[in-house]
Ligand binder design. Structure first.
Ligand SMILES: [Zn+2]
Length: 432
């Protein structure tokens, strides 16, 4: 088998070391005309060896050494070297390596790729940057019907946009200012957007009202109910100061019980929690107020929800008003958009999960520029991802042929029964 697999070159010799392959080659068809004026009278004018990086082979870095001739044109007097087919001469890499780096860098760190092929991280970054520009040009970011807007903190808060219906990433913006968001929304096919789900960040609502006049803004449900848990935490923490060390430790360990929904409690949970709630009336009040707040979200319609909220508000004990103040203010400031959820039922759950992915990507690739991180996310999560099918073993044709003439071995038990006994998915008769 040939190690080179590159048209236009002849392999002269190969040196293999612990970590590297060195392939010495010559150009198959040397130049016959001048690269400047296309005249055909050229004379040899020396030689040089060029080193070109190639795809890693069998886990080793690979360098191709090309013995290149230098020519001088008799007509124009200029000199030039042989042209190297399939090589990016500016980068001293094969075209296929350049392409591979771009694809790999979408999901891997620059450092790991640099190490695998034996170039600097800076080189990988530059190749990736060119690759990204080419890919952006090919991508077609369809305006979503349901747009998700959220933020993520990467050195500073950035705005994240998603297609909530298709579950794809749309964009990550430099910041989350109203002006920036409006500018990005204005690039969209604006009449297509029907719903926009956001958290309670005013500039998003303002931007949506200005740029997407026909769209309904919906406040993400989780950002609202999260405030109920935060209120419970406030009450629990303020209780702490009045407790003994022993009691305090117990309450820290059991905090998850207070945050758990009542319907999710096990019998044991229930017993533990009842103990706390009996001893601490403030905690009991907080727990009940939280549960009542969650029950608003069991409403069947926006009218039902509005009614449930009014009942909830009236039921909050006086001493709980402070702790649950954020939740109440959210309803007062964002009532229409919170209620819109009950008519449209969309959430930003996908955007939140994308944020987790962005955080992970950012963490493993410490030192990515914002642009590199954005590219990695958009190229892997924009719905155009390259998904490789699961690896499937194939049989070589002669084995198939041989099998056709051989009777199945008679084992006295059929293979599927045997597989079941052995706890395997399948038994390969060749292995018996
Ligand atoms: Zn010439």
């Amino acid at each position: 088998m040939t190690l080179l697999q590159l048209d236009g070159y002849d392999l002269v010799n190969t040196t293999e070391q612990d970590h590297d392959y060195h392939l010495h080659v010559t150009v198959e068809r040397p130049t016959t005309i001048c690269r400047h004026c296309y005249a055909s009278e050229i004379v040899g004018f020396g030689r040089r060896e060029q080193v070109v990086k190639d795809l890693p082979r069998l886990g080793k870095r690979t360098a191709i050494y090309v013995e290149t001739r230098r020519w001088r044109c008799k007509s124009c007097g200029k000199t030039f070297f042989d042209r190297l087919p399939h090589v990016d001469e500016r980068r001293q890499m094969t075209d296929r390596l350049v392409q591979w780096i771009g694809q790999e860098a979408v999901s891997r760190t620059f450092a790991s790729i640099a190490g695998e092929i034996g170039v600097t991280e800076g080189t990988v970054r530059q190749v990736f940057s060119d690759y990204v520009q080419r890919r952006y040009a090919q991508l077609d970011f369809v305006t979503p019907r349901w747009l998700g807007i959220d933020e993520i903190y990467l050195i500073k808060p950035r705005c994240v946009m998603t297609n909530v219906e298709e579950l794809t990433a749309l964009d990550i913006l430099e910041n989350r200012n109203k002006k920036t968001v409006i500018a990005r929304l204005s690039e969209m096919d604006r009449s297509r957007v029907e719903l926009v789900t956001i958290d309670m960040w005013r500039p998003y609502r303002d931007a949506a009202r200005i740029a997407l006049r026909d769209a309904q803004v919906v406040i993400d449900k989780f950002h609202v109910v999260r405030m109920l848990n935060a209120a419970c935490e406030t009450v629990r923490k303020s209780l702490r100061s009045s407790l003994t060390k022993h009691q305090r430790r117990g309450l820290v360990n059991d905090r998850f019980l207070i945050l758990k929904r009542e319907r999710d409690l096990t019998d044991k949970d229930r017993m533990m929690l009842d103990g706390w709630l009996l001893n601490y009336p403030a905690l009991a009040a907080a727990y009940e107020t939280k549960e009542a707040g969650y029950r608003i979200y069991e409403a069947a319609s926006s009218a039902d929800a509005a009614e449930r909220y009014a009942i909830w508000k009236a039921s909050v004990p006086h001493e709980m008003r402070g702790a649950f103040g954020d939740f109440q203010r959210a309803w007062e400031n964002w009532g229409d958009e919170i209620l819109a959820y009950f008519d449209h039922r969309i959430t930003n759950a996908y955007t939140e999960s994308l944020n987790n992915l962005i955080r992970t990507t950012n963490r493993i690739g410490r030192g990515y520029s914002f642009e590199a991180l954005r590219a990695k996310i958009l190229l892997s999560e924009n719905g155009h991802k390259i998904v490789r099918p699961k690896f499937q073993r194939i049989r070589s044709p002669d084995v198939m042929e041989r099998r056709a003439f051989e009777p199945e071995p008679n084992l006295g038990v059929d293979l599927s029964t045997l597989a079941e006994i052995l706890g395997k998915d399948e038994i390969d008769p060749d292995q018996l």
